[in-house]
Design a protein around this ligand. Structure first.
Ligand SMILES: NC(=O)c1ccc[n+]([C@@H]2O[C@H](COP(=O)([O-])OP(=O)(O)OC[C@H]3O[C@@H](n4cnc5c(N)ncnc54)[C@H](O)[C@@H]3O)[C@@H](O)[C@H]2O)c1
Length: 338
């Protein structure tokens, strides 16, 4: 059993802690939360040790740190965990720039600790099926990807919340939800060559925007259109089109409370089919994969390769740049840092 401290008991920190109560592989035993009354109350209810600071967590005899803090803290907190020889699971995005993410990765590599990342959508059975169908050639050559991951949960936040500001959330709809499908598309397509994106606040006054759309040229020349909205009810669809078939995944609910997927596909000469997938828990699967890799002390055992983790931050940063300057951003011209 990996014993972990969770840092940040906001929305997602609480979800992860409760999720891991089911695990035989990794358990949250301590927490840090600067909002002391919230932190103490949750720790009391969940049987966790409440710690007064991040430094105190790093001094505890624990195997791992789970970071569910605002994005701007991720780099420093990953580096501090790594320097304290603790495996670290960081919520997405790892950071808001490739340089910053690379510094965090380097600290983990140098300290020989495992780095996990909150891209749990990779652990959904239909997403794993898509990957297999592409690898087996059943979809033929990858031609196009369409993804849309939208929700309106942030509408209830106060206007000064960090998730609504550019300083805190960068390109808001992309860091909130779109990045999961960006990560998936890049992973299937071998990274991005170029990105053109736009992000506007059409229905809200969110400084970090509420309507994101992007057009990405992938490594093999295929294209991905990844979109995300923060002012429409929950919607999530990921569709992959190949020269021999297509597959479309529709999520029935947000991953915080998974209820399964509807998967439509058409392969070769077969009639299109529709299959209902029962709920699984991708957040649990991701953290258990991290725990297994940490137990083995092997980054290679973790299913999300470091290079892909950096590809996603690189593409995020390029997309954000494109939303600000209105230009196509070519990733090949960006420095490779690792
Ligand atoms: N994987 C997913 O599907 C998913 C879903 C939601 C959020 N997230 C990620 O989780 C992270 C947190 O998001 P959230 O929505 O829970 O935010 P939140 O604002 O609800 O929670 C963040 C918590 O961190 C605490 N905090 C702030 N600064 C801190 C510090 N220096 N040290 C320790 N704690 C600190 C805050 O008090 C707050 O309780 C983000 O990176 C976000 O992208 C991931």
């Amino acid at each position: 059993m990996i014993r972990a401290a969770i840092i940040g008991l906001g929305w997602w920190g609480k979800i992860i802690t409760k999720t891991l109560e089911k695990s035989e592989k990794i358990r949250v035993v301590a927490a840090v939360e600067p909002n002391e009354s919230v932190g103490r109350a949750f720790c009391m209810e969940s049987g966790l040790l409440y710690l007064p600071s991040y430094t105190a967590a790093l001094e505890e005899d624990l195997d791992a740190i789970i970071l569910t803090t605002p994005h701007r803290f991720h780099e420093d907190q990953v580096i501090q965990a790594a320097n304290s020889k603790k495996h670290v699971f960081c919520e997405k995005p790892l950071s808001l720039s490739l340089e910053s993410a690379t510094r965090a990765v380097k600290a983990c590599v140098m300290n020989d600790v495992v780095l996990g990342i909150g891209h749990e959508r990779r652990f959904e059975p239909p997403m794993q099926l898509v990957r297999k169908l592409l690898q087996d050639g059943a979809l033929g050559e990858l031609l196009q990807i369409e993804g849309n991951f939208s929700q309106n949960k942030l509408l209830k936040l106060p206007p000064d919340n960090w998730r609504l500001s550019r300083a805190g959330a960068g390109c808001g709809p992309l860091t909130a939800t779109g990045i999961h499908l960006l990560d998936m598309a890049l992973s299937l397509g071998g990274g991005a060559q170029s990105i053109y994106a736009s992000n506007k606040a059409l229905a809200t006054s969110f400084e970090s925007g509420d309507s994101f759309s992007s057009h990405i040229t992938l490594a093999n020349g295929a294209v991905a259109s990844i979109n995300a909205l923060l002012a429409t009810p929950f919607y999530s669809r990921f569709a992959v089109f190949g020269s021999r078939g297509w597959i479309e995944i529709r999520d029935k609910s947000h991953v915080e409370a998974p209820t399964g997927w509807t998967v439509l596909s058409s392969l070769g000469e077969q009639e299109p089919t529709m299959v209902e997938y029962p709920a699984t828990d991708p957040v649990l699967a991701n953290l258990e994969a991290f725990a297994t890799a940490a137990r083995q002390g092997s980054q290679q055992s973790y299913p999300i390769p470091i290079e892909e983790l950096l590809n996603t931050v690189d593409a995020y940063e390029a997309a954000y740049e494109s939303t600000l300057n209105g230009q196509i951003v070519h990733l090949g011209s960006r420095p490779k840092l690792l």
